[in-house]
Design a binder for this molecule. Structure first.
Ligand SMILES: C[S@@+](CC[C@H](N)C(=O)[O-])C[C@H]1O[C@@H](n2cnc3c(N)ncnc32)[C@H](O)[C@@H]1O
Length: 285
């Protein structure tokens, strides 16, 4: 396991994610995914929009019967499980830096769904994948204060590795927050690393530039309103389950998550943050 990867360390990931799964289950909704949903219509519920997001990524990565899927930053394994049980994938393998998430996935007891407590930087698969997804992990891949050149280096190395792991027809569906319309002073005030320690967001241009030598862009969308609506839904869920949440994680942590959701929703509405989804395929197939 890599302790000194270019982005957030395992300890930093544990700070944010290693709360008991039953705490997150109180407010994330049925999907148990901790990333922006995709709202197809304004009236969609959080659960419907999360399901729509899951199906969007499985379609974009062309997950189908008999395929092999990799999920970089797999959370509690919802995409892995859905790929195998509903799309008929032969196997779905996830990478996470959270020991509790890794244990949760083993506990699902689905033979073809596996995970490793390992950074993508040191992962060495034995076989290639027909689909790759990564939803809400890219935000952890560089540390705050890294220069544009360092960021392009790190992101480029990820895309190069992914290109090597993909079969010729494979697709890679990537969802990530990105810096939006925020000037340097605002960025300092926002202090993203207080919420996600040792982490910083990419610029859209950095994702494009770093991917270019290795992967071709099939599609790209930017939907900050998706995250604003998701965060508002999570804040509602937290408030509705306040007593139980405090019983599990204590008042201070409850407040940390609630304030992060409320503050985040506002920043997305003001487009200080973007929410991007890229679909890639290999160059020179
Ligand atoms: C916000 S969660 C998203 C989880 C899931 N994809 C979802 O949609 O709910 C971020 C995930 O990225 C993982 N992660 C962060 N840095 C990583 C790295 N270097 N390699 C692999 N996984 C990483 C975390 O452990 C966590 O599972």
């Amino acid at each position: 396991m890599s302790k000194n990867n270019s982005g957030a360390s395992q300890e930093a990931i544990e700070f944010h994610y290693d709360m008991p799964a039953n705490f997150f289950a109180l407010w994330l909704g049925k999907s148990m995914t901790y990333t922006a949903a995709r709202y197809a219509t304004p009236g969609m519920s959080l659960d419907e929009a999360q399901l729509n997001k899951i199906n969007y990524h499985l379609d974009a990565a062309k997950v189908s019967k008999g395929g092999r899927m990799l999920d970089i930053g797999c959370g509690w394994g919802t995409l892995l499980k859905t790929a195998v049980t509903e799309r008929g994938a032969a196997s779905a393998h996830g990478l996470t830096l959270s020991p509790l998430q890794h244990a949760h996935i083993s506990g699902l007891g689905i033979a073809d769904v596996t995970s490793e407590l390992k950074s993508y930087e040191v992962f060495e698969p034995e076989e290639k994948f027909t689909s790759i997804v990564s939803v809400g992990a890219f935000e952890h891949f560089v540390k705050p204060g890294s220069s544009r050149a360092e960021r392009l280096d790190t992101y480029g190395a990820l895309f190069e590795r992914c290109a090597c792991w993909m079969t010729p027809d494979a697709q890679f569906s990537l969802q990530t927050m990105a810096w939006g319309d925020a000037n340097p002073a605002e960025r300092d005030l926002i202090k993203i690393h207080d919420i996600f320690p040792e982490s910083d967001l990419p610029e859209i241009s950095e994702v494009m530039e770093a991917a270019h030598p290795h992967l071709e862009v099939v599609s790209m969308e930017n939907r900050p309103e998706d995250y604003a609506n998701t965060l508002a839904g999570w804040a509602e869920g937290l408030k509705a389950n306040r007593a139980q949440a405090i019983e599990i994680v204590g008042e201070e942590r409850y407040k940390f998550y609630l304030d992060s959701c409320k503050g985040g929703a506002l920043l997305y509405r003001r487009r200080r943050f973007y929410l991007t989804r890229f679909v890639f395929r290999r160059r020179g197939r």
